[in-house]
Write a protein that binds this ligand. Structure first.
Ligand SMILES: C[S@@+](CC[C@H](N)C(=O)[O-])C[C@H]1O[C@@H](n2cnc3c(N)ncnc32)[C@H](O)[C@@H]1O
Length: 237
């Protein structure tokens, strides 16, 4: 097995336990930490996916399911699978789906991005939000995602990135110590310290787009948002 590609090392098992632990307050923490911007970033992500009527979609690292619900809101008659190794995150997603009465259109089940239990060429599009950073072997994950995409299908990944601009970076550096405090207040313990450290360790956007190309995607793009603190990466099979 290859060595993990990142420096902020926690194993897949530790990752699962961490997200299980923070699941209950994840949505509240997300809104607070992003200062209410996270749902707008998800909306933009799904706009780039361009879901169409009758299409079949996959959300990798779905967590509490917000990208799945955004796809439902943007397109009628779609079928969506949301996968995640964290059972507790999936429980929150399932409760939300039930409240929205989504029935069979949406399924949430445990699975890992590195070993997707689906046939090749299954999905018209794949999204993933704030998950890619946590995956130990990202190149392998990109290849696995491409395998389950239909030819012509889009992969759209939303991820937090370390800003390039020195002034923005200064503001970011002043803000980041607040995040673990917000997380701790909401019962997340050290999880939010790890999440911020992992953003600094995450490869720069150019490296990520190179990884997309190396995995065989075409029309690879990176759309920076909110002064480069978030990027939406996309590519076509
Ligand atoms: C920060 S949360 C993001 C949840 C959701 N996508 C969102 O937009 O809020 C990251 C999620 O990725 C999941 N995750 C971590 N490693 C994963 C892997 N190898 N495969 C699939 N999901 C993974 C975690 O369990 C967690 O629920």
């Amino acid at each position: 097995m290859n060595a993990p590609e990142r420096d902020t090392l926690i194993s897949a098992e530790e990752n699962r336990e961490m997200f299980d632990r923070i699941a209950k307050n994840y949505d509240v923490a997300n809104r607070a930490i992003s200062m209410g911007m996270d749902q707008g970033w998800r909306k933009k992500t799904v706009q780039l996916l361009k879901p169409f009527r009758g299409g079949r979609y996959l959300d990798i690292g779905t967590g509490t399911g917000d990208l799945v619900f955004e796809i439902v809101d943007q397109s009628a008659n779609v079928v969506i699978d949301g996968i995640d190794p964290s059972i507790q995150m999936l429980e929150v997603a399932k409760d939300k789906a039930e409240k929205r009465k989504l029935g069979d259109a949406v399924s949430f089940f445990p699975a890992d991005a590195l070993d997707l239990p689906m046939e090749s060429d299954t999905y018209d599009g794949i999204v993933s939000g704030f998950c890619f950073r946590n995956i130990e072997r990202r190149q392998k994950a990109l290849e696995e995602m491409r395998r389950v995409l239909k030819p012509g299908g889009m992969l759209v990944i939303l991820e937090a990135t370390y800003p390039n601009n020195a002034l923005v970076r200064l503001g970011y550096k002043m803000y980041t110590p607040l995040v673990p405090m917000i997380g701790k207040f909401l019962g997340g313990g050290s999880a939010y310290k790890y999440l911020m450290d992992s953003i600094e360790d995450f490869p720069r956007p150019d490296t990520v787009t190179d990884m997309f190309s190396a995995a065989g995607y075409s029309k690879v793009q990176c759309k920076p948002m909110t002064m480069g603190t978030v990027c939406i990466f996309s590519g076509k099979k």
